[in-house]
Structures are given as C-alpha cells and as structure tokens.
Design a protein around this ligand. Structure first.
Ligand code: CTP
Ligand code: CA
Length: 227
C-alpha cells in the first residue's frame, strides 16, 4: 500500500540521489548543459529523507536550496558525477538517478577563453559520448541494491523506457514525456509512468514533483523490502 507521509519506510537505509543538468566545459567561461532545473531530484532527496533514509544528494549546479539533513556533493561535469557516484555506490542501498546527464562532452576543454580571430568565421565543436553512469553502476551492482532511473522521452515512451530499464539493469524506471509543455524539465508538476522489470507499468496522475517523489520513494522502500 501507499506509505503515509512521514512514515519511516527507509529508516536505516542509505540512498544516493543525483540531480540537475551536468555541465560540459568548452573553456573557462563557456559550457554545454540542458534544461534540467534539478527540482525532481531535490524532491526525491527530500522525500527519501522524510522517509528516514540517510541521503546523499550529488548535484549539478541548480538554483535550489538542498533539503535539510541531506549530505550535498556538488559536481559539474558528467565525469565528476560518474566519479562521485561510483565512489559512494558500494556503501549505498539505493541510487536514484534523477540527474539530466549530458550525453556528449567536448573532446577537449580549452585552458584559455576561445577567441574570435579573423581566420575563424565558424567554430566546429567535436563532442564525444560521455560514460553511461547507470551502465557503469550496473557492472558493480549487488543483488541487494536498488537502482532507479528517469527517462526523458519525446516519443515511444513505453518501448524506449523498457529498453532503457533492461540495458541499465534497473529495478524501476520513471519515464516522462518531455515533449509535453505542462510537465517535466522546468515546471513544478510532473507525470511519470513507472516501468518495472516484469513489464508492468503504472502512470501517476499529473501532480506536484513532491507528490511524484513520494510515490517513487514508496516504491523504492517496497523494492528494498523485497531484496
Ligand atoms: N544516465 C546516465 N549516464 C548517462 C546518461 C544518462 O546514468 N551518460 C541516466 C540518467 O540519469 C537517467 C537514465 O540514465 O536516469 C536515462 O537517461 P536518458 O537521457 O533518458 O537516456 P539515455 O540512456 O541517455 O538515452 P537517450 O538520451 O539517447 O534517450
Ligand atoms: Ca540522454
């Protein structure tokens, strides 16, 4: 059943939550990033804390204040995030990857500001794929640990979501349709479809990110009980 708000369903559990959009630096004054506000991840960190977990929030830069009682680990790039997650995951019971991770990073970062010169009428950026953190985690995950991902999709939500769940060895995926203007990246509301490894799906109503986060944490607690 649904956990009542404030019930200590995660007491004694250690949960890592990642949040925000990673930044991939081009030079000392420029970076590539995405539209993530960090709100969903911060809401999950808060809900997990409310449920009694010891929470580590690994966060890219956001405009948000971290929930009280949560250990904050600030990061910038996908490489930073990967290092921070892989270092802490072995001691955690669960990982919730709400961060919007850059898929590509500049092949090189300039030490000095990139200058305009009479010779460069165009600038071609060469990007390389970032490490897939959840796939790295899948390689070291123990049977007693729970991993939960988010999926941002603009089409074929369920089919794409199911592929992601399997390829990242997740226990749960919260898929959301980022083509919708009323939910997702920057708003206060969200609507997700929870996808499980057995193929079952469950769409939440459109609700505040706090309510979606509580629903996710309730599922996390149930998954940890079953492990
Ligand atoms: N993720 C990750 N490492 C990456 C990219 C994404 O761990 N390098 C995580 C995200 O934090 C999220 C999940 O994987 O929990 C799905 O992210 P998403 O961007 O939807 O999927 P991708 O695997 O990056 O595939 P694509 O963007 O091409 O759909
Ligand atoms: Ca991606």
């Amino acid at each position: 059943g649904l956990a009542l708000f404030g019930e200590q369903t995660l007491a004694g559990k250690s949960v890592i939550v990642t949040a925000g959009g990673t930044r991939e630096r081009l030079d000392p004054v420029r970076f590539l990033t995405n539209d993530s506000s960090g709100k969903m991840g911060y809401a999950v960190a808060n809900a997990a804390r409310q449920a009694g977990a010891t929470v580590t929030l690994i966060t890219a830069p956001t405009n948000l204040t971290a929930p009280a009682g949560v250990t904050v680990v600030p990061i910038q790039s996908t490489t930073d995030l990967s290092n921070a997650v892989l270092e802490r995951f072995p001691k955690a019971d669960a990982l919730v990857m709400a961060a919007a991770v850059a898929d590509f990073q500049p092949e090189t970062t300039a030490d000095q500001k990139i200058k305009k010169t009479p010779a460069n009428d165009e600038l071609i950026l060469k990007l390389k794929k970032t490490p897939d953190i959840l796939k790295q985690v899948a390689g070291i995950k123990r049977p007693d640990q729970v991993t939960i991902g988010f999926a941002a999709e603009t089409q074929n939500l369920l089919a794409n979501g199911q592929k992601k769940l399997a390829s990242k060895s997740l226990d749960l995926l919260a898929a959301n349709d980022v083509s919708r203007k009323d939910i997702g990246f920057n708003g206060d509301d969200n609507q997700v479809t929870f996808i499980s490894p057995d193929g079952s799906t469950d769409q939440t109503p459109k609700a505040s990110k706090a309510i979606i986060a509580t629903a996710l944490v309730d599922r996390l607690a149930q998954l940890l009980v079953k492990k």
